[in-house]
Design a protein around this ligand. Structure first.
Ligand code: MG
Length: 215
């Protein structure tokens, strides 16, 4: 009788992601895969993070978008090394795209790499990039029911940064119901409440990130 041998074969993307992870870990760089729907505030959080940590932490950024380099131009104004990837229609970044842009970053002079994924709550979940941490940004105008609709994303991340809390008085978003829903899907997740517009809550997020950098 033949006994079937089940091999866990990594997909090509997973293999490349593991290579990226090894390379970046060797350089001592913490890598964040930052995900959200379009307009939730990924670029704004990156700008606030640079403002909060940029004096002590050497930050590099990869910007993922279907088209344009408007976000990269915004980041570049802060004198932070940035590479723009245009996916040309693909709804997520993959490990190969990230690998291609690593050569354009000063890896020997970086502590933190923030990868801004394409705005999408579905596809980025399935494509590891080589990150150590997955972070997602839900924002108040999107509504508090998104964990019901995109459970895989909420379950996969290490931290959730709820943005635009300055709009809470004007919109129906039940933060405690949202927290309960999220921790039901992902008991270990860190949740932050911020406004990238006013700066509220950014300190807690930056402190957590700084602690992750020293781990
Ligand atoms: Mg952006």
């Amino acid at each position: 009788m033949r006994i079937p041998i089940l091999e866990h074969i990594l997909s090509a993307n997973d293999r490349l992601a593991a290579e990226n992870q090894r390379l970046l870990a060797e350089k001592g760089i913490l890598v964040i895969n930052l995900m959200s729907s379009p307009g939730a505030g990924k670029t704004s959080l990156i700008l606030r993070t640079i403002e909060a940590l940029g004096e002590d932490v050497r930050i590099g950024v990869i910007e993922g978008d279907i088209a344009s380099r408007v976000d990269a131009d915004t980041i570049e104004r802060l004198d932070v090394p940035v590479v723009q990837i245009n996916t040309g229609g693909t709804c997520h970044l993959d490990a190969n795209m990230v690998r291609g842009s690593l050569d354009q970053l000063p890896l020997d002079d970086m502590d933190l790499l923030i990868i801004e994924n394409v705005g999408n709550l579905i596809c980025p979940t399935d494509f590891a990039l080589g990150e150590a941490l997955k972070v997602m940004i839900p924002s108040v105008p999107e509504g508090d029911d998104k964990p019901y609709k995109y459970p895989a994303m909420f379950a996969a991340v290490d931290a959730i940064v709820v943005n635009k809390i300055d709009l809470l008085p004007y919109l129906e978003f039940d933060l405690s119901a949202f927290r309960k829903l999220v921790t039901g899907l992902n008991p270990e997740v860190q949740i932050f409440e911020v406004s990238c517009k006013t700066g509220e809550g950014i300190g807690d997020w930056a402190d957590w990130l700084a602690a992750m950098l020293t781990k």
